[in-house]
Design a protein. Structure first.
Length: 342
């Protein structure tokens, strides 16, 4: 168990380094050697990533105005310090242990990174090139549903810093994505969206300040630009929120698929959500899609960790007993870049 805990924090530190968060890299490596803090993080719910939960709990309290020198290390509240943050972090946790523990024990990592919509845009364009019918989308684990409205955001795609494609530059939120590799991802055609539905075990109520602030706390403190685009996305989402059903996605999905009108195509999709599923749950999802495909074709668009070192975008078409599956791209977990490989 001790080795597994160390691997957990070391893996998170590596992820933070790759995603440009030196603050969280330093904190994760320091917590790795602190049994008391690891024990506190271990009070998180089963299958919840303990580093994310503990770090977000602290960020939540900082964003809520907790007065402590740790604030000086958190740019999301104006901090500019670049020294060793761990002594202040540990002191903060000890000083607010009861509040931190309550958050760790009750909250989940329902991160809603809106820049993943740039990856979804390319995936849905690839789908639309093969499917003409209006599309009924069902997202598994949409959190607050910010990526359910992926087609309402403006987007700016760059290669080596130069803009090579723009979509809706006048939109209230314009997302930036860097293109890696030689191939331009498809950005058109855009499917006609007939309906949007989310299935979420822990839906985020954006009208609830606690839920909204927890969603904001899941943003990493030394990446304030992510917090700004999250706030803009929340404002857009609240104007015309899509429908999200609360409950176990695997229990809700069969009926959701059965309710899709025959004239509409259907796509089940998810972005870095199924990693929280057990092996049995992943098998159940595959079985549900296979059963539904006996009645009608079912598309499946997934942006998930590939088990090696990358986050992969894949598109599958289930039809009867046949599956046509294609690897489309790899991309940064937060949607900062995409490398098209289809």
């Amino acid at each position: 168990m001790i080795a597994a805990e160390k691997d957990t924090w070391r893996r998170f530190a590596g992820e933070a380094r790759r995603l440009g968060s030196p603050l969280y890299e330093r904190l994760a490596l320091a917590v790795e050697g602190d049994p008391a803090l690891k024990a506190l993080a271990a009070r998180a719910r089963p299958r919840q990533p303990q580093p994310n939960i503990l770090l977000a709990a602290v960020h939540f309290l900082v964003l809520r105005g907790a007065r402590h020198p740790l604030r000086n290390f958190y740019p999301t509240v104006g901090g500019t310090e670049h020294g060793d943050p761990f002594p202040m972090f540990r002191d903060f946790v000890i000083a607010h242990e009861e509040e931190v523990a309550a958050l760790v024990e009750t909250r989940v990592t329902n991160t809603n990174e809106v820049a993943r919509s740039c990856v979804l845009r390319a995936g849905f364009a690839a789908l639309a090139a093969r499917e003409n019918a209006p599309l009924h989308t069902i997202e598994i684990g949409p959190s607050a549903g910010l990526n359910m409205i992926w087609d309402r955001y403006g987007m700016r795609f760059r290669r080596e810093g130069a803009v090579v494609a723009e979509i809706a530059p006048e939109a209230p939120l314009v997302l930036d994505c860097e293109i890696q590799g030689e191939t331009m991802p498809p950005l058109a055609p855009r499917p006609v969206i007939a309906n949007r539905l989310g299935l979420e075990l822990h839906p985020v109520d954006l009208s609830n300040p606690d839920d909204r602030d927890w969603l904001r706390a899941l943003v990493w403190p030394d990446q304030p630009y992510r917090l700004d685009r999250l706030d803009r996305a929340i404002a857009m989402h609240r104007q015309t929120p899509p429908m999200i059903l609360s409950g176990d996605a695997l229990a809700l999905l069969p009926d959701a698929l059965a309710d899709v009108p025959p004239r509409e195509a259907v796509c089940v999709y998810h972005t870095i959500a199924v990693y929280q599923f057990s092996a049995e749950m992943r098998q159940a999802l595959s079985a549900i899609l296979a059963l539904a495909a006996l009645r009608r074709p079912v598309w499946h668009l997934a942006f998930e960790f590939d088990g090696n070192a990358d986050y992969a975008l894949t598109l599958s078409r289930h039809d009867g007993g046949a599956i046509d599956s294609r690897s489309l791209a790899i991309a940064q977990a937060h949607g900062g870049w995409i490398e098209w490989r289809a």
